[in-house]
Design a protein around this ligand. Structure first.
Ligand code: IPM
Ligand code: MG
Length: 361
C-alpha cells in the first residue's frame, strides 16, 4: 500500500494562487518519484475568504487544517482590505491560524545560494557562506498582548498594545532554539531589549535558565535588538541560530531575508507542540504583480520542501526539491526579482516547468 498524506492548501491572495499552482505541480512530480500520494484540500483564507465567507479565516478552513497532516500557505493580504475593521482583515486571519493551531515556533532559515551571491545588495564577501536560522516566537508578545486598542481621551485619541511574555512561553521557544542550535553549529544568540523592557528582562532570564538546565553544550550569547539589526548587515556570518520574540523576529527576519538577494527565495515553518505545522514563504502577496505571471515561486517551492521534511518526514523528496531549485539557479534561470545580466528571465509558470524538468533530470 502506498503512503498517502493529506495536506491543506491555502492559496490566499495576490500572487498566492500562481505560486500555489507551481508548488502543487512540483509536489505532484516529487511524490510520484518517491512513491507516495498527496491528497490536497484547498481552502479559502485571507481576502479570498473575506469574499467567499465574509471572514478572513472561516471555521471550516481552520477545521480542515486541523484534520490534515500539514498546511501549505502561499500569502494573504491586499490593499483593498486595508480599510476594513481589524477583525476582518486578512492579517487577522493569519494570526488566528497561528493561534488556532498553537504554532508558537516560527523557523526562518536564511542560506545563501552561491549562484545568487551577487544578487544581494551586500558585498559577496560579506554574505558568502551565510547560513543562519531565525527562531521567532509566534503566538505571544505584542502581537497578542492585552490590553490593546484605541480610545478617545480628553486630549485626543490614543492607541496602545502590550508586549507581554509568560515564563512558559519563553521556555518552550528557547528549547526549540537550543535544540536547533545543537543540530547545527551549536551557537544560539538571543535577541531582546533587556536594557529598556521588563518583558525582555524576563525573556533573558528564562533563556539563561533553560540554557543552564539542559543546554550547556550550546554557546549562548545575547544581543539587544538594535545591535542585532546592525550586526546582521555588518557581519551576518557570525550567526547560527537567532532566537527572538514575535515583533523583533518579524523585523529581523525580513532584514535577514534580504541577505539572500530577494525575499522571494525564503521559506518558513511554523510549528506547535503537536498537530500540523504551517509552511509558507516569508514574502507577502505582492498585489502589484498579481495575475501577471511574474512571481518568483521558489520560496513557495522551498516551503513545500520544508513541509515534506518536517511535516511529512519525507526527507528524500524534500532534498530533491531543494536540489531542483539550486540546479535551475545554477543554470542561470531567474524570475524578474533576481534578474541579472547574462541570465534567462522566466515567468512564474515557466519557472515551474523548469523546476520540474530539473527535478526529473
Ligand atoms: C510575517 C508577516 C505577518 C507578521 C503579517 C502578514 C501579519 O509579516 O509572517 O512576517 O507580521 O507576522
Ligand atoms: Mg513579516
Amino acid at each position: 500500500m502506498t503512503t498517502s498524506h493529506r495536506i491543506t492548501l491555502l492559496a490566499g491572495d495576490g500572487i498566492g494562487p500562481e505560486i500555489t499552482a507551481v508548488a502543487r505541480q512540483l509536489l505532484d512530480a516529487v511524490s510520484r518519484r518517491h512513491g507516495f500520494t498527496l491528497i490536497y484540500d484547498e481552502q479559502p483564507m485571507g481576502g479570498a475568504a473575506i469574499e467567499a465567507n465574509g471572514v478572513p479565516l472561516p471555521e471550516s478552513t481552520l477545521e480542515a487544517c486541523r484534520a490534515s497532516e500539514a498546511v501549505l500557505l502561499a500569502a494573504i493580504g491586499s490593499p483593498q482590505y486595508d480599510k476594513l475593521p481589524r477583525q476582518q482583515r486578512p492579517e487577522t486571519g493569519l494570526l488566528g491560524l497561528r493561534a488556532g493551531l498553537g504554532l508558537f515556533a516560527n523557523l526562518r532559515p536564511v542560506k545563501i545560494v552561491p549562484a545568487l551571491a551577487s544578487a544581494s545588495s551586500l558585498k559577496p564577501e560579506v554574505i558568502d557562506g551565510v547560513d543562519l536560522m531565525v527562531v521567532r516566537e509566534l503566538t505571544g508578545g505584542i502581537y497578542f498582548g492585552t490590553p490593546k486598542g484605541r480610545v478617545k481621551t480628553e486630549s485626543g485619541e490614543r492607541g496602545f498594545n502590550t508586549m507581554a511574555y509568560s515564563d512558559f512561553e519563553v521556555d518552550r521557544i528557547a528549547r526549540v532554539g537550543f535544540e536547533l542550535a545543537r543540530q547545527r553549529r551549536g551557537q544560539l544568540c538571543s535577541v531582546d531589549k533587556a536594557n529598556v523592557l521588563d518583558v525582555s528582562q524576563l525573556w533573558r532570564e528564562r533563556v539563561e535558565a533553560i540554557h543552564g538546565e539542559a543546554y550547556g553544550d550550546v554557546a549562548l550569547s545575547h544581543l539587544y535588538v538594535d545591535n542585532a539589526a546592525m550586526q546582521l548587515v555588518r557581519a551576518p556570518k557570525q550567526f547560527d541560530v537567532l532566537l527572538t520574540g514575535n515583533l523583533f523576529g518579524d523585523i529581523l527576519s525580513d532584514e535577514a531575508a534580504m541577505l539572500s538577494g530577494s525575499i522571494g527565495m525564503l521559506p518558513s515553518a511554523s510549528l506547535g507542540e503537536a498537530g500540523p505545522g504551517v509552511f509558507e514563504p516569508i514574502h507577502g502577496s505582492a498585489p502589484d504583480i498579481a495575475g501577471q505571471d511574474k512571481a518568483n515561486p521558489m520560496a513557495m517551492v522551498l516551503s513545500a520542501a520544508m513541509l515534506l521534511r518536517i511535516g511529512l518526514k519525507q526527507e528524500a523528496a524534500a532534498a530533491d526539491l531543494e536540489r531542483a531549485v539550486d540546479q535551475v539557479l545554477a543554470e542561470g534561470y531567474r524570475t524578474g526579482d533576481l534578474m541579472q545580466a547574462g541570465c534567462t528571465q522566466l515567468g512564474c509558470r515557466a519557472m515551474g516547468d523548469q523546476l520540474q524538468a530539473a527535478l526529473e533530470s
